[in-house]
Design a protein around this ligand. Structure first.
Ligand code: MN
Length: 233
């Protein structure tokens, strides 16, 4: 059997403390999952979680000790950062109960759900899909994945983002409206989760614009931090 052209390479993310790569299947993202961020986006309170998807090949890997490059995307004048805890699924399943979610988790990483906010807002206004605002090329910078067995107390870890060393976002994972286990429960009702799925769990308050030349530093206690600079396309 021959393919009509060379099939795409498998997208993968390195695992901390080993020479293994975590092969990525899908990237799910949770919308408005911190109350203060929901408010800054003009919403209030706890609503049912909702999801969107980024293609796996939107990943930009940010290796420890380096500064990854993210090209400034086309068609926007308002590129926003959203720092997020990323959950890596190791064991798939459907209708996973929150109480059973932990055994489906392979590990955790720091990620950025980069957003063309002007396009997202325009699509919202028109009642159209968010794809063009969220799922564009290079929209998912991510650091190395730390196995869950090596992470203590992720549910109360600090999460933060600086831009050019100025604090922009700062919260704790405890502030998630839908915690990691509940998110897995809800997500697995809608899709059968597969090994290799990544879940961007939502961003705390303080989202804002970056421009070419800016350097974003994202950290979550106990995980491999990421450093990403936006470069002119
Ligand atoms: Mn987000």
């Amino acid at each position: 059997m021959e393919y009509t052209f060379a099939p795409p390479v498998t997208i993968s993310v390195p695992v901390v403390g080993s020479d293994r790569q975590f092969p990525v299947h899908r990237i799910y993202c949770v919308g408005r999952n911190y109350e203060e961020h929901a408010k800054e986006m003009g919403h209030s309170g706890r609503e049912a979680p909702f999801f969107f998807i980024k293609p796996a090949d939107t990943i930009v890997y940010a290796a420890p000790g380096t500064t990854a490059h993210m090209p400034y995307p086309s068609m926007t004048a308002n590129l926003h950062h959203e720092i997020e805890l990323v959950v890596a699924i190791g064991t798939g399943g459907r209708n996973i109960a929150a109480a059973d979610a932990a055994r489906h988790i392979y590990g955790y990483a720091v990620g950025l759900d980069m957003t063309r906010r002007d396009l997202q807002n325009e699509m919202k206004k028109q009642g159209r899909p968010w794809c063009i605002g969220k799922g564009f090329d290079h929209s998912a910078p991510i650091g190395s994945i730390t196995p869950a067995s090596d992470v203590m107390g992720i549910d109360h870890a600090s999460i933060s983002l600086t831009v050019n060393d100025q604090k922009r976002q700062s919260s704790t994972i405890a502030q998630l409206i839908w915690n990691v286990a509940e998110t897995i429960e809800q997500l697995s009702m809608a899709w059968e989760l597969q090994p290799g799925d990544l879940i961007f769990t939502g961003t705390p308050a303080g989202v804002g614009a970056v421009v070419a030349g800016d350097v974003m530093q994202g950290d979550i206690t106990g995980l491999s931090g990421i450093r990403v600079t936006v470069v002119a396309a």
